[in-house]
Design a protein around this ligand. Structure first.
Ligand code: SAH
Ligand code: SF4
Ligand code: F3S
Length: 433
């Protein structure tokens, strides 16, 4: 009988990729087979996120549930960003946990499962050239890490403490991985890093000078590769050369994530984001001028310490000016090991909540207005998902999610789709070619 592995993944795309790496190592080296039911699993892993407080609370209640209902000899491992930041504290609070593996130590997964009460959370550990085994959750597109860690010091953010300093992965490894993905049928790659456009700043060994724009150029030479996406670029590093390559290279998908965080130059300074409201708007302007078809998404934090009504107005002002196609908005959550946890002028919880609600309802209006303009347009859609209601779904180059009536034979295919009905998160269309 095979050993069964259950993994729950919280957090961002980097965690999803780490999960794929762990699955690959455990299935290929250790003979595990995946299960969706933790009650029958021999090994239960939870890949955690600590960017806000809520998921950390959730971790301990979930661990309690795993422990109560698991098979008697099943092991439980806590991996990812909360593992990095709480370390052995996790075993203190939940003594039945067998091991703790930090976000920077994923390559050690097949060793640590054989140990008990082991804690591997060294954020200086260098995985950047580790040759992971391979597992892909989608045959149609593949995530590729291009860097690990983060060299910024945004005052609200715990990520540099959980993932360590930024190291770029050599471009030859990235290109080989992209080629391999293409050879097994993927037409789209998704490049991942906390600051993708800071790529090339530091490699772990000697390496020629390759910046992100050059990496994009090199990747786009892979013949059968049709689409390149990436996240997250940092507004500070959006130089002209990068925006020009983005706009003119037909393989780069025309959807840009521009994490604003706040529209107030004062708050941005307190956050140590390295750009002003004016710089952000200038970059958006350049992008919209060079590439009018690009959609723009963003991340916004409301209720950062010291955020006044005027500061919040600045954020609303940027929202109205840019008309973001998609926003991910959060109430500020104080995090351990960050500067901002000590900041005075904490914004009242209720005020922060009402700002968030207001921001989100303003964005819904913007989205409804933007979406209404899409009716009747035709997009080239790459199909990658099946819905249970007889629809297949995919994305346009500029990241519009569209579903059409259809089944398996559409998966992995490009089709021209005309939009026939509008919805908030997904549009409906019909295939025209
Ligand atoms: N490297 C990416 C962000 C990674 S974290 C970037 O710089 O854009 C993802 C998002 O979580 C951030 O963009 C931010 O909006 C949000 N976030 C990070 N720390 C937070 C905190 N302490 N409270 C609330 N939201 C936070
Ligand atoms: Fe966090 Fe800032 Fe790094 Fe993004 S750039 S991961 S927000 S420290
Ligand atoms: Fe990602 Fe959460 Fe870690 S957002 S980098 S999994 S703290």
């Amino acid at each position: 009988m095979s050993k069964l592995l259950f993994i729950e993944t919280l957090g961002c795309a980097m965690n999803s990729r780490d999960t794929e790496h762990m699955i690959a190592e455990l299935t290929e080296k250790e003979g595990f087979v995946m299960t969706n039911d933790f009650k029958v699993a021999d090994l239960i892993l939870i890949n955690t996120c600590s960017v806000r407080e809520r998921p950390v609370h959730k971790l301990f209640s979930e661990l309690g549930g795993f422990n109560k209902h698991k098979k008697p000899h099943a092991k439980i491992g806590v991996c990812g960003c909360t593992a990095s930041h709480l370390g052995k504290e996790i075993i203190k609070r939940a003594p039945y946990v067998n091991f703790v593996l930090g976000a920077r130590n994923v390559s050690k997964i097949s060793e640590i499962i054989h140990k008990d009460k082991a804690v591997e959370i060294d954020i200086n550990y260098d995985d950047s050239e580790f040759a992971f085994k391979d597992f892909r959750s989608s045959p149609f597109k593949g995530f590729i890490n291009i860097s690990m860690g983060c060299d910024k010091s945004c005052t609200y953010c715990i990520v540099p403490k959980t993932r360590g300093d930024e190291i770029s992965i050599p471009d030859a490894l990235i290109i080989n991985e992209a080629k391999r993905l293409v050879s097994i049928g993927a037409k789209e790659i998704f490049l991942l890093g906390q600051n993708v456009n800071n790529y090339g700043r530091r490699f772990s060994g000697e390496h020629e000078d390759v910046n992100f724009t050059e990496l994009l150029r090199r990747l786009s030479k892979i013949e059968e590769l049709e689409r390149i996406r990436f996240t997250s670029p940092h507004p500070f590093h959006m130089d002209d050369e990068f925006i020009e390559e983005f706009s003119s290279n037909p393989k780069i998908c025309k959807s840009m994530h521009m994490p604003l965080q706040s529209g107030s130059t004062k708050v941005l300074k307190d956050m140590k984001r390295g750009y002003s409201k004016e710089w952000f708007l200038n970059r958006v302007n350049k992008l919209k001028t060079m590439c009018p078809e690009a959609t723009i998404s963003t991340d916004i934090i409301v209720g950062f310490p010291g955020e006044s009504d005027e500061d919040f107005e600045d954020t609303l002002d940027v929202m109205k000016t840019v008309e973001f196609d998609q926003i991910f908005s959060f109430k500020y959550s104080p995090r351990p090991e960050t500067e901002a946890q000590y900041f005075k002028n904490v914004v009242d919880e209720e005020l922060a909540s009402s700002r968030l609600t207001f921001l989100q309802s303003l964005h819904n209006e913007i989205m409804d207005k933007n979406n209404a303009k899409l009716l009747g347009n035709t997009y080239r859609v790459y199909f990658e998902d099946l819905h249970s209601d007889g629809h297949a779904a995919g994305r346009s180059d500029n990241n519009i999610v569209v579903k059409v009536k259809g089944s398996e034979e559409l998966l992995g295919q490009f089709r021209d789709v005309k939009i026939t009905a509008i919805g908030r998160t997904i549009l409906t269309g019909e295939i025209v070619a």
